[in-house]
Design a binder for this molecule. Structure first.
Ligand code: UDP
Ligand code: MG
Length: 145
């Protein structure tokens, strides 16, 4: 089934200039970019994106991390892309991520930032419901799934 998902290169990925390497990996899987833009996320937007994590120990640090510098956000489209992209990204902790995943292959020596937040380069919606919630935070309703 052709799906759309929300994808983001986080501040650590932009800072390390890994954009082209990450997008190359996305394209190998025939995932297409519907639209994209670069921005620095404002705090209210970050709180909306990570609303499901409110109250968790890493929440405040995560909001600070994601607003700490420019990110690039995308709507991607492809067959079974939601789970396909999650597989391509690798697991949340890059130290546990498999080879040939973005988080596994491109992880930096020091995976945690100064607040103990996991720097894992990328974000991707984890379900159709998440994609429906996340895409309109950043893009107009014409891009909705
Ligand atoms: N995170 C963290 N510590 C944790 C869990 C998550 O720093 O114990 C950060 C990490 O950057 C992660 C983000 O919070 O990507 C969102 O967490 P989630 O569980 O949704 O992981 P993801 O869906 O990104 O794999
Ligand atoms: Mg998540």
């Amino acid at each position: 089934m052709i799906e759309r998902t929300f994808f983001m290169i986080k501040p650590d990925g932009v800072r390390r200039e890994l954009r082209d390497e990450i997008i190359k990996r996305v394209k190998v899987w025939s995932f297409n970019i519907v639209t994209s833009k670069k921005l620095t996320i404002a705090k209210p937007l970050a709180e909306k994106l990570y609303a499901m994590h409110r109250g968790k120990p890493f929440y405040d640090g995560l909001v600070r991390f994601i607003t700490s510098g420019p990110v690039e956000v995308f709507v991607l489209e492809g067959d079974n892309i939601i789970m396909g992209l999650r597989d391509l990204m690798g697991t949340t902790d890059p130290r546990k991520a498999k080879a040939e995943t973005i988080r596994g292959d491109l992880r930096e020596e020091n995976v945690l930032n100064h607040e103990g937040i996991i720097k894992n380069l990328v974000h991707g919606s984890d379900s159709i419901e998440s994609a429906k919630y996340e895409i309109p935070i950043f893009f107009g309703k014409e891009f909705k799934v």
